[in-house]
Write a protein that binds this ligand. Structure first.
Ligand SMILES: NC(=O)c1ccc[n+]([C@@H]2O[C@H](COP(=O)([O-])OP(=O)(O)OC[C@H]3O[C@@H](n4cnc5c(N)ncnc54)[C@H](OP(=O)(O)O)[C@@H]3O)[C@@H](O)[C@H]2O)c1
Length: 244
């Protein structure tokens, strides 16, 4: 195991992060996984206790960077950091609790973890920092304002860190993964078009990380969609019912 590559996946207890964990496990990586649900973390570890280490981390809490550092120690280092944690809901009523908790997790928690990973790679002299944002960041989505705005924040933050790393001559590779709609708990059985399975999306993400892609829209159908909807002028966009 000493020469195995090492990945830390935050938000691995369900959905896309869980499926990605399974793929890295099959590839023989040392893996550190985190999330809030300890019973799920223990269950995932029990399937490969020699390969997987766990930590209960809530990215909205201030102690999360310390817990990340402890997890990295348990794994024996970190070559790739992947942040999959995120929440999102349709919220046409603009329930303030939903809007603000989305901001807490997807921007404050996101920044906390990405900064901690960046600092680690800075000290280590390099690494790959990957995040799962979304195509939802491409445009303001009326049915999910906080979700789409926080995903745009994530895109811009990674773009900025990429430039900062270059300014500081740090060999950190950044990968911003933008999936379309994926059938996971996050969608809460709301109706979405062109749903993809988390297994399919996880395979595409592992490939994008391996190829050190700077951005990756998953999959090609969504890449076409995003290309087209970026061309739509705002005067038209504001009249489009994007979700039912
Ligand atoms: N599903 C989609 O259609 C879709 C599309 C594009 C992008 N994405 C993005 O993909 C990522 C993964 O979502 P998913 O679809 O796989 O949904 P999911 O099954 O709900 O997974 C979300 C993961 O985030 C973790 N998480 C949530 N809040 C957290 C917190 N405060 N601290 C630490 N971990 C936290 C959850 O773990 P715990 O509950 O155990 O903490 C869980 O492992 C999210 O960033 C999401 O925005 C999803």
């Amino acid at each position: 195991m000493a020469s195995a590559r090492k990945i830390i996946i935050i938000g691995a207890t369900s959905g896309i992060g869980y499926e990605i964990t399974q793929l890295y496990r099959k590839q023989g990586w040392r893996i550190g996984i985190a999330g809030r649900r300890t019973e799920l973390l223990a269950k995932i570890r029990s399937e490969a206790p020699d390969q997987i280490e766990t930590a209960q981390i809530d990215i909205t809490c201030q102690d999360a960077p310390n817990k990340l550092a402890e997890l990295i120690d348990k794994v024996g280092g970190m070559d790739v950091f992947l942040l999959s944690s995120g929440i999102g809901s349709q919220n046409r009523d603009l329930n303030p609790d939903i809007e603000l908790s989305t901001v807490q997790t997807n921007t404050v928690g996101f920044t906390r973890m990405v900064v901690a990973a960046y600092d680690y790679f800075k000290r280590q002299g390099g690494g790959q920092l990957a995040v799962i944002s979304s195509i939802a960041g491409t445009k303001g989505l009326g049915a999910a304002p906080s979700y789409s705005a926080t995903k745009r924040y994530q895109n811009t933050y990674i773009e900025a860190l990429d430039q900062l790393a270059r300014m500081e001559k740090l060999p950190i590779v950044f990968t911003d993964i933008r999936p379309g709609f994926v059938k996971t708990d996050l969608l809460k059985n709301d109706k979405y078009p062109m749903l993809m399975s988390p297994q399919y999306v996880a395979r595409k993400i592992v490939k994008a990380i391996e190829r050190k892609k700077r951005h990756s829209v998953i999959d090609w159908k969504y890449a076409v969609l995003v290309f087209l909807w970026k061309l739509i002028p705002n005067v038209v966009w504001r009249r489009l019912p994007i979700h039912n």
